[in-house]
Design a binder for this molecule. Structure first.
Ligand code: SF4
Ligand code: SF4
Length: 328
């Protein structure tokens, strides 16, 4: 490594450890304070501890923090919006509405498009999907998905793909707070949950909301844009959201059984054929301890997203052809 590179890496580490990490920890303390709000929904004994990427960067040696001047700007916006999500709770109406009508739902669907959210789904949040020590203000979730740029992600891992990941986090952080404000203006109480960190297990919430299914890659695969997206949520006092009840995407697991592309292509071999069962009963094919160092040292990796055949396809055509083949 050249002297210049080694200086840049040291500077990044100092920025991260002395500036970004303390701020992120401050936001986590704020998040934990939601437990003190009356009637908030609190984590359960079966809840998992969150795999906190910033904390992991802080505690692991030999893993570079994938930062560039552009990503630093996006990270700072994300931190600002995580704080805002908690501070804005004080703006919730004292007697919020708990019923949303059809027209308002339609307005919501239209509004989310204006803040570039690609898809939404609705589900109740069970307490075991809230991370340890966290809480949410309401159990009714509007799950948000925002597409990343397929062309850029197809070149991952590089500076551009890293930038696109952070760009999407940034935009979705802003969008989640804007959607919460939109709902407050209509008389509902809302709790924005931006994409970074996440108070609840977003991919599982999105699956429950009927937005897609987990692939072997541990990513949510959706009809909107395959796995090339980021997730967030807004928890809201409206209790009559059209909650999803069916999973039309469970066939994806059978597709994965035959595909296994992410298993073959994952550079450090962090996606296993045989799933690992966590203490909480959650089953996954991903070994975080193998993924994380590669992820850190290679621009946030993203190879499992780029190689998935659900990118740039007509999802419904793919489903039809696959199910036809299965029957024949
Ligand atoms: S991010 Fe990279 S290292 Fe991690 S599971 Fe995906 S392909 Fe493997
Ligand atoms: S690459 Fe193949 S096996 Fe991996 S998640 Fe996508 S469809 Fe499933």
């Amino acid at each position: 490594m050249s002297q210049e590179m080694s200086f840049i890496n040291k500077a990044k580490k100092v920025f991260f450890r002395k500036f970004a990490l303390p701020r992120v920890k401050g936001v986590y303390a704020l998040e934990n304070s939601v437990k003190d709000i009356e009637n908030s929904i609190i984590f359960s004994d079966e809840s998992e501890a969150r795999f906190d990427i910033p904390i992991e960067f802080g505690r692991r040696e030999g893993v570079e923090v994938p930062l560039t001047s552009v990503t630093i700007k996006h990270i700072l916006t994300c931190i600002k919006n995580m704080k805002r999500a908690i501070f804005d709770l004080k703006n919730n109406p004292i007697n919020p509405r708990n019923k949303i009508d059809k027209e308002e739902l339609e307005e919501l669907r239209e509004y989310v498009k204006t803040v570039e959210v690609s898809a939404i789904g609705f589900t109740k949040v069970p307490s075991n999907l809230i991370f340890k020590n966290k809480a949410i203000a309401f159990e009714n979730a509007i799950v948000l998905a925002m597409n990343m740029d397929n062309d850029i992600i197809s070149s991952a891992p590089n500076r551009l793909s890293l930038k696109n990941v952070w760009y999407t986090y940034d935009k979705l952080s802003v969008a989640s707070n804007k959607i919460a404000r939109f709902l407050r203006k209509k008389g509902f109480a809302a709790h924005a949950s931006p994409p970074l960190g996440g108070i609840a297990l977003y991919p599982k919430l999105a699956q429950n909301a009927g937005m897609g299914e987990f692939g072997y890659s541990g990513l949510l695969i959706t009809p909107v844009n395959g796995p090339t997206l980021r997730l967030a949520a807004v928890y809201v006092s409206a209790e009559n959201l059209p909650m999803n009840e069916v999973n039309e995407h469970s066939w994806i697991r059978d597709y994965c059984d035959q595909c296994r592309k992410c298993i073959k292509e994952c550079p450090p071999g962090a996606i296993y054929e045989t799933p690992i069962e966590h203490e909480t009963g959650r089953v996954t094919h991903i070994d975080n301890d193998k993924c994380f160092p590669y992820f850190g040292n290679n621009y946030g990796c993203t190879v499992c997203i780029k190689v998935c055949p659900f990118n740039n396809v007509d999802y419904y055509k793919l489903k039809e052809n696959f199910l036809k083949k299965q029957k024949s």
